[in-house]
Write a protein of this length. Sequence first.
Length: 115
Amino acid sequence: MGDAFEAFLGALLLDKDIKTVKTFIYQVMIPKVEAGDFEMIKDYKTHLQELLQVNGDVDIRYQVISEIGPAHDKMFEVEVLVEGQSLGSGKGRSKKLAEQEAAKNAVEKGLDSCI
């Protein structure tokens, strides 16, 4: 995504001028960044693993707590366990999304108690 955005800005610069690029950044991008519309971390499972395993291997598991709804419209709830201790949970329309949400909640909650 970063490469595509950089290419877009480059194309805008070549097609228009630096003033147009600056206007786009200050009128469109900066308000969105300030509003928190963009997250730096997209893969919270990897980020959580990197934080937890900085000093060596740690057992990280994702466990489905519940599946609610019909097969075509399920909602999953998943819990992330580290060395058997629950660090967070999350919900999502797929197991993968629920795992990402659980990892995000664990990261945001803080890991001081388990590292």
